[in-house]
Design a protein around this ligand. Structure first.
Ligand code: A5A
Ligand code: MG
Ligand code: ZN
Length: 470
């Protein structure tokens, strides 16, 4: 892929995912095909989150006094908040913010809901639009001003230990989610200057894009008691004393769909893992004039069998050259194509082509086993796509020991560079300027006793990840 940015922009249009011509910067339209991919992606995360969290839906508007209560959140989002100031011709008594995220909307209600330790833990999530007046270059799905698929989980616990367990649970859920979609990622703890405003610390997932820059695709925040103090969320413990709750929140967004497209797409277009593909199988009947009925009887029956067994299948009967159809469905990323012509039927064969490998397989046709054959093929595709993406992430991650290697490696090879680091804020910020990179954060690692910081030479006690970022 020569130019990822251009490729990405084109694919959104060509695979009918997003129409970015909507006349507000940073806001786009989900097209029917894109909407379906979004829907199956949401199903995949909901399946995991719903096991132990309840879905809710809060209003989109937040009174200014409520938003402004939490000092650090306000400061963090000050430049990015959209305001509603009028109702019709009347000025509102109080400005209303379009939520940039929902802590300040949800937590005042937590304060009403939570009375005693019996009410804890509270674990809720919602999928909503959030609004951020982003000042950095906007890009469809990647950096938008209306985040239309903001999937956020918010919890409250009686002890810090329980909150820490929820952090681990959030990380586990996101791992499983990205694994399901076959998106490779790295996990690290964001540095102090890049953590979520108001949080104790932030753990982030970053995926390496084909151009070598990383995209933050999910974050898990330990909020400690900061918001509980601000919004007065207290409970009575079993000794009758009042305590503040301990909170956690985590979120993913439209960016997951962007990462999905970027991780698997190629020069032919989109490539979708079966779990999110609007069509998992496309059947192309190869029709010749006098044999038309034989072929269509066969393919109609095949379509019905697959559909009855829960496989998302479509048949393309349009009067068009088969080659043109192949091209179209490849571009749309359908994982499996089945071709059936009169000769195949005579030989009791069907032809199955995998989108990911392009491999053609002749399969002896048996109504009783075809469902298993297709399902097994989908499983193999899922597994292989995930492995390919993980391999890419791994191969694009480089450990270096000399400062001059940081910039050189990033510029030449892209991806993530890891090195030993002292953990000092000033040193980290200096590295960002000096090497023209962003510090993604730290990972726990066993360092040698005499390991030194790559930048300042002091004793190193962290492994740090750096990259160019979206
Ligand atoms: N309340 C917490 C969960 C929160 O707001 N965290 S966050 O600010 O980190 O956002 C959650 C996720 O949304 C991020 O990890 C990132 O993947 C995504 N995101 C943030 N800003 C975005 C934007 N402008 N466009 C698309 N996705 C965005
Ligand atoms: Mg930065
Ligand atoms: Zn240092």
């Amino acid at each position: 892929m020569k130019n990822f940015s251009e490729w990405f922009h084109n694919i959104l249009e060509e695979a009918e995912i997003i129409d970015s011509r909507y006349p507000i910067k940073g806001m786009s339209v989900w097209l029917p095909r894109g909407f379906q991919i979004r829907k199956y992606t949401l199903n995949a995360i909901n399946e995991l989150v719903e096991k132990d969290h309840d879905e809710v839906l809060f209003p989109m508007l937040i009174p200014e006094t409520q938003l402004s209560k939490e000092g650090e959140t306000v400061k963090g989002f000050e430049e990015e908040v959209y305001w509603v100031t009028k109702g019709g011709k009347n000025d509102l008594n109080e400005r209303l913010a379009l939520r940039p995220t929902s802590e300040t909307s949800i937590y005042p209600m937590f304060s009403l809901w939570i009375r005693s330790h019996m009410d804890l833990p509270v674990k809720v999530f919602q999928t909503v639009s959030t609004f951020r007046y982003e000042t950095k270059h906007t890009r469809p799905l990647i950096r938008v001003r209306e985040i239309t698929t903001f999937h956020e989980t918010h919890t409250a616990h009686s002890t810090p230990e329980e909150a820490e367990e929820e952090v681990q649970e959030g990380i586990r859920i996101y791992k499983e989610f990205f694994d399901k979609l076959g998106i490779g990622y790295s996990i690290c703890r964001r540095p102090e200057w890049d953590k979520f405003p108001g949080s104790l610390y932030t753990t982030a997932f970053d995926a390496i894009m084909p151009d070598g820059k990383t995209l933050q695709i999910g974050t898990v925040h330990n909020l400690g008691q900061k918001f509980a103090q601000t919004y007065d969320i207290q409970f009575e413990n079993d000794e009758g004393e009042h305590e503040y709750v301990n909170q956690v929140c985590y979120g993913v967004s439209d960016r997951v769909v962007a990462a999905l497209i970027a991780a698997h797409g190629d020069e032919k277009g989109l490539q979708l893992p079966p779990v999110v593909a609007p069509e998992q199988v496309i059947i192309i009947p190869i029709i010749f004039k006098e044999k038309e009925d034989i072929v269509l009887n066969f393919t109609d029956n095949l379509e019905k069998i697959l559909k009855d067994n829960g496989i998302r299948v479509k048949q393309d009967k349009r009067d068009m050259r088969p080659g043109k159809k192949y091209y179209e469905w490849e571009k749309r990323g359908v994982p499996i194509r089945i071709e059936v012509g009169p000769r195949d039927i005579e030989n009791n064969n069907i032809v199955l082509i995998r989108r990911d490998t392009g491999k053609k397989e002749f399969i002896e046709y048996d109504e009783n086993t075809i469902v298993d054959v297709v399902k097994e093929c989908m499983d193999n595709i899922t597994k292989d796509m995930k492995e390919a993406s993980n391999k890419f992430q791994e191969e694009k991650t480089f450990f270096v020991t000399k400062p001059e290697q940081i910039k050189k490696t990033i510029n030449k090879k892209g991806g993530i560079v890891t090195c030993n680091w002292c953990g000092e804020i000033d040193c980290g910020k200096e590295m960002e300027d000096k090497f023209d990179i962003d510090v993604l954060g730290t990972q726990e690692a066993e360092l040698e006793d005499d390991a030194t910081c790559i930048n300042c030479g002091k004793k190193a006690n962290h492994k740090v990840l750096v990259s160019k970022t979206y």
